[in-house]
Design a protein around this ligand. Structure first.
Ligand code: SF4
Ligand code: SF4
Length: 344
C-alpha cells in the first residue's frame, strides 16, 4: 500500500478535481441527520459525521432497479444498457467499505456475476475517511473497524493533515495532479497509531466482546431466547432497509397501462417480512417472528462466515437505531454474555 500526506487545506482541491470528472456523493446535513447525497461544492460536506441513517448500498444496489424492458407485440426484450455516470462515493467509513466488500462477495461471485451490480461498482470510486465511534457502533467486535481493500483512497485525519492510503492508480493520478503531497514521516505514523488507539478506546464498553460467535449461534439455535426476541418483531423491515449488507431481493414484471410493454425490476426485499418465505400453495417455511429474526441473525453472524470467512454484519449499528423493538445483533451478543454468566 502506498501512503502520502496532504495538508488538510488541500482537501477542497481534491474534491474540485473529482467534481470535474465525476458525480461526487458525500455526507451532507439532511434535516437532523447526515445522509450521502450528490454535492456541488466542498462546503456541503460534513467530514466528521456519525453513522448515516441509510447506507451507501443504495448507490450500488438500488432499492428498485429496472433489469430490462419488454414488448409483448415484438416478443422482445431490450438489451441491458444501463449507463451509470462515473462517480465518487466520498467520505465512507471503514464499516461501510467493508459492507460493500461483503456485497462484492455475493454479486461478483465468479459463478453468478451480477452485471447490474458490477456496472454500478465499476463506475464508482470509493474514498474513505476515518471516524469516531458512536454508542451503537460495534464494528471493532466484528473485524470491520479497519479496512484494507475496496477503496481508491482512504483518508486518516491527523488534525492539520491527512495520511492517505492509496488503493488505485486512477485515484492516485487525480490526487497527485490536484494536491501537494509528501512522504509520510515517523511522526505521521506515530500520530496515526495514537489516534487509532484513541478510537479503539472510544467504543462503548457496554457491548460485550464475545468470542466464537458462529459456534455459539449453532450451540443456542433452539434456545427460547429466539422466540422471545422474534416475538417482539413488528415485521416493519426497517432493519433490512437501513442495513448496508442486507441484499435479498424479489423480481417483479410490471405491465404498462397499454398492456403491451413493461419492465422487469429487481426490488430489495427483507427476510423479516412474513411473506418473504411464503411459497406457492401458501406454505411459509419461516412462519413465525422467531424463525425470521433467527434466520436474519444467523445469516449475519454465522451463515455468511461459513461461506466467506467473515461476518456479514459489519457492526454499523444502523439496525440498532432503526428497530423499535430493540432487536439487533447487540441483543444477540448480550444473550451470549448472559449464557456465559449462567454457566460460570
Ligand atoms: S427486527 Fe425490528 S426493525 Fe427488523 S422487522 Fe423486526 S421490528 Fe422491524
Ligand atoms: S445487521 Fe445491523 S449492525 Fe449489522 S451491518 Fe446490518 S444494520 Fe449494521
Amino acid at each position: 500500500m502506498l501512503y502520502r500526506v496532504m495538508d488538510a487545506s488541500e482537501l477542497p482541491k481534491l474534491i474540485d478535481a473529482f467534481m470535474e470528472r465525476y458525480e461526487v456523493i458525500a455526507p451532507v446535513q439532511s434535516g437532523r441527520s447526515v445522509a450521502f447525497e450528490p454535492i456541488s461544492s466542498f462546503d456541503e460536506i460534513v467530514l466528521d459525521y456519525p453513522t448515516t441513517l441509510t447506507s451507501l448500498k443504495k448507490y450500488i444496489l438500488p432499492p428498485r432497479e429496472t433489469l430490462f424492458e419488454f414488448s409483448v407485440d415484438d416478443a422482445d426484450v431490450t438489451d441491458y444498457t444501463l449507463e451509470i455516470a462515473p462517480r465518487v462515493l466520498f467520505g465512507a467509513h471503514a464499516c461501510d467499505i467493508n459492507a460493500l466488500n461483503n456485497l462484492d462477495l455475493v454479486f461478483e461471485d465468479a459463478r453468478y456475476p451480477d452485471p447490474y451490480f458490477e456496472a454500478h461498482r465499476a463506475a464508482t470510486m470509493v474514498v474513505g475517511i476515518n471516524c469516531s465511534p458512536s454508542e451503537t457502533c460495534f464494528c471493532h467486535l466484528l473485524d470491520a473497524d479497519e479496512v484494507r481493500s475496496g477503496y481508491d483512497l482512504f483518508l486518516q485525519d491527523l488534525g492539520d493533515r491527512y495520511l492517505i492510503s492509496i488503493g488505485s492508480v486512477e485515484a492516485a493520478n487525480i490526487l497527485e495532479a490536484a494536491c501537494e503531497l509528501r512522504e509520510a514521516t515517523d511522526e505521521d505514523r506515530r500520530e496515526f497509531r495514537r489516534l487509532t488507539r484513541e478510537r479503539q478506546e472510544a467504543f462503548s464498553a457496554d457491548i460485550p466482546d464475545i468470542q466464537e460467535i458462529p459456534m455459539l449461534m449453532d450451540a443456542f439455535h433452539k434456545d427460547e431466547f429466539w422466540a422471545e426476541l422474534g416475538g417482539r418483531c413488528l415485521s416493519c423491515t426497517a432493519c433490512s432497509a437501513v442495513c448496508p449488507t442486507c441484499y435479498c431481493f424479489d423480481i417483479a414484471d410490471t405491465l404498462d397501462e397499454d398492456g403491451k410493454t413493461g419492465r422487469r425490476e429487481r426490488i430489495l426485499d427483507a427476510c423479516t417480512s412474513p411473506q418473504f418465505a411464503q411459497v406457492a400453495g401458501g406454505h411459509n417455511f419461516r412462519e413465525t417472528g422467531r424463525d425470521r429474526v433467527r434466520h436474519r441473525m444467523y445469516h449475519k453472524l454465522n451463515g455468511f462466515n461459513s461461506k466467506h470467512g467473515r461476518y456479514l454484519c459489519v457492526g454499523c449499528g444502523r439496525c440498532v437505531r432503526a428497530c423499535k423493538a430493540d432487536i439487533s445483533p447487540i441483543e444477540v451478543l448480550r444473550f451470549f454474555e448472559r449464557k456465559g454468566t449462567e454457566d460460570a
